[in-house]
Ligand binder design. Structure first.
Ligand SMILES: Nc1ncnc2c1ncn2[C@@H]1O[C@H](COP(=O)(O)OP(=O)(O)OP(=O)(O)O)[C@@H](O)[C@H]1O
Ligand SMILES: [Mg+2]
Length: 256
């Protein structure tokens, strides 16, 4: 797995790095016609790198080899990072992102990189599937059975989904319908990784959605993971996630 990862990422990083260098040179030499073409190479390379990273993550999860890197970090810092990284995506569709995070929310002790990746996917989904609308990212701390939990909620006010569409989303490589990939891009891996990561960290990802009204995705995580985790991490096979067969238009979707 480590070899494979190296073999795939190294040439891709070289393509991206060299094309960026060539853009700089084209700018210095004022070669406008080359700049656009070189930018296409960089964009395509970065897109492919994202995809390769997601596929490698999925392969690791499926092989039971995904590990958690536990560290302490402040919740606000991660919310702010996600806000900064998603700014361009939010603006692309003329959306507005509202952030709510209490100043005294404190810190978490868990896998920071995975939490960031999960949140970014939810916010980028909301931004991709919303036009000229409001998206909110709310964070709060809760006590459940005496333990501290942190809950991140991403809500959009746009297309929403039918129960049939919603039922498939947490499976890898699935999108609401076949036109999604053509219109919005993406590979349909984000939510399945989100769920796998959430469960590895002892939490869960749930959603509520209603056609024409919008969707709310919720990540609930224990604020602190104690003890060694990687060996004991329960492995869930994303391919075996149950399909939801509901017939109500609005549904509370909980993956068991
Ligand atoms: N907020 C949302 N509103 C409407 N549909 C959504 C929303 N979030 C997800 N979806 C649907 O769920 C599908 C799966 O989402 P997921 O994040 O797994 O994949 P993706 O965004 O298409 O691709 P990737 O995340 O791999 O780049 C999306 O393609 C879309 O059809
Ligand atoms: Mg996504």
């Amino acid at each position: 797995m480590a070899n494979m990862s190296h073999e795939l990422r190294t040439p891709l990083n070289a393509i991206i790095g060299y094309s960026e260098r060539l853009i700089e040179m084209a700018i210095e030499d004022d070669k406008k016609s080359s700049i656009k073409n070189l930018e296409h190479i960089t964009t395509a390379g970065k897109h492919l790198l994202f995809l390769v990273n997601d596929i490698l993550d999925l392969a690791k999860v499926e092989a039971g080899k995904m590990e958690l890197l536990i560290e302490e970090f402040t919740v606000i810092s991660i919310v702010e990072e996600v806000q900064v990284v998603s700014e361009a995506l939010i603006q692309a569709n003329d959306n507005t992102l509202f952030i709510e995070c209490p100043e005294d929310i404190g810190s978490m002790r868990t896998d920071q990189v995975k939490v960031r990746q999960m949140l970014f996917n939810l916010v980028s989904n909301a931004a991709k599937f919303t036009e000229n609308g409001d998206i909110s990212l709310r964070t709060c701390r809760e006590v459940r059975d005496g333990d501290d939990w942190v809950v991140f909620e991403v809500r959009d006010t746009w297309i929403g989904m039918t129960p049939e569409e919603a039922a498939k989303l947490f499976k890898p490589f699935t999108q609401a319908d076949s036109s999604t990939a053509r219109k919005y891009g993406g590979s349909g891996l984000g939510l399945s990784l989100c769920l796998s990561f959430g469960r590895m960290m002892g939490g869960d990802v749930t959603m509520e959605t209603k056609v024409g009204v919008g969707s709310t995705f919720k990540i609930s995580l224990p604020a602190s993971i104690t003890g060694p985790v990687s060996e004991e991490t329960e492995f869930i096979d994303p391919m075996e996630i149950d399909e939801f067969s509901g017939d109500t238009e609005s549904l509370a979707f909980q993956l068991n």
